[in-house]
Ligand binder design. Structure first.
Ligand code: FES
Length: 115
């Protein structure tokens, strides 16, 4: 079971949710179900409004996770990733800390989502 912690500097308390390992739910879906105010618009990986920073809550290494083509396009447009970053992440099989909440599927790992 994954623990997802949502954090925002405007809100004092962090909010933690346990997510069963169905591996079908996006960060945005979990946020909406739990009334976490993650900004969003298109919900289809095109507008970039749902950008979040995703890191590990402890010292464990994050699972590898490939960005979708839509995410690569939008994150590059937003200046969060360079082609060099993308190449390095793919080579090292590492996840990007910048993600689109509407595209990232929660896996069986504990993560901190800053929105
Ligand atoms: Fe538009 Fe996620 S809501 S990219």
């Amino acid at each position: 079971m994954a623990l997802v912690t949502f954090s925002n500097p405007d809100y004092k308390d962090k909010t933690v949710y346990a997510v069963a390992g169905s591996h079908t739910e996006t960060i945005l879906k979990i946020a909406k179900e739990n009334k976490i105010p993650v900004k969003h618009d298109c919900q289809d990986g095109e507008c970039g409004s749902c950008i979040v920073r995703v890191t590990s809550v402890d010292d464990k290494q994050r699972m590898g996770y490939h960005l979708t083509d839509k995410e690569i396009t939008v994150l590059r447009q937003l200046g969060k990733l360079t082609q060099e970053d993308i190449d390095r992440l793919a080579l090292d099989d590492m996840p990007s800390e910048w993600r689109l909440a509407c595209q990232m599927i929660v896996r069986d790992e504990d993560i901190l989502v800053e929105y």
